[in-house]
Design a protein around this ligand. Structure first.
Ligand code: SAM
Ligand code: MG
Length: 220
């Protein structure tokens, strides 16, 4: 059972439980037309993020890694009218595409796209938290820093989601010197050692291949 089957099953659940609308379709089309890489979350994963945000009644969301705003839109739709999502993107072209997609989605009032390297912007967000949910999906080598910042900018009960932590299984290859794999393993070590965070990891298969996510909760 391989990729074709994973994709077909993903499509089944997506059609049944996470159906697309015109805004999400237009977002994906605009991203493709602008030449953005096809590395956004899958629809089922976007729906998972939205459900997590709703389950904790998130009012403030931090996203690291915007791309064209696809995951941003899923997350921002979980927010109440007064809610706020800040999303960080290093690439100005990606950010422009995202802003236009977020505008079309009618979410500009609650979504703020900040352009720059996340590690430069995060220290400026102390007065804008605490963030109820953080979605980390940028340069994986910096994931340990991003988790530390999400903890710093969170509160007890905040949820932190880290995307793409399985990397086709490479996460268990101790000798792998891919910076993304190293960053992921360091993140796992940090989560194991940090008593203020409680976490687990889920392997995923689907239209986007074989990967996975970490879900953590700020304990204190
Ligand atoms: C996987 S994509 C994000 C996908 C998006 N979350 C989604 O699912 O729709 C990663 C994004 O992070 C951005 N990025 C990479 N390094 C970054 C950094 N240091 N600071 C902020 N953004 C960064 C990339 O330009 C890219 O747009
Ligand atoms: Mg991702």
């Amino acid at each position: 059972m391989k990729q074709d089957r994973w994709t077909a099953v993903d499509e089944y659940f997506q059609e049944q439980l996470a159906p697309h609308d015109d805004v999400l379709d237009a977002t994906q089309q605009a991203c493709a037309q602008a030449g953005l890489p096809d590395i956004a979350v899958a629809p089922n994963q976007g729906k998972l993020l939205q459900l997590l945000a709703r389950m904790i009644d998130a009012r403030t969301i931090l996203e690291i890694g915007t791309l064209g705003g696809y995951s941003t839109i899923w997350l921002a739709r979980a927010l109440p009218d007064q809610g706020r999502l800040i999303t960080l993107e290093a690439d100005a072209t990606h950010a422009d595409v995202a802003k236009s997609n977020i505008e079309r989605a009618g979410l500009s009032d609650r979504v703020d796209v900040r352009v720059g390297r996340a590690l430069d912007i995060l220290p400026t967000l102390r007065d804008e938290g605490p963030f109820d949910l953080a979605f980390i999906d940028a340069d994986k080598v910096n994931n340990p820093h991003y988790v530390r910042w999400a903890l710093e900018l969170g509160r007890p009960g905040s949820v932190i989601v880290v995307d793409n932590v399985v990397r086709g299984g490479a996460v268990i290859d101790t000798g792998n010197d891919d910076p993304s794999v190293r960053g992921t393993r360091e993140t796992v070590e940090l989560l194991r050692a940090e008593p203020r965070l409680d976490a687990t990891a889920l392997q995923t298969v689907g239209g986007k291949g074989y990967d996975g996510i970490i879900i953590a909760r700020v304990v204190s």
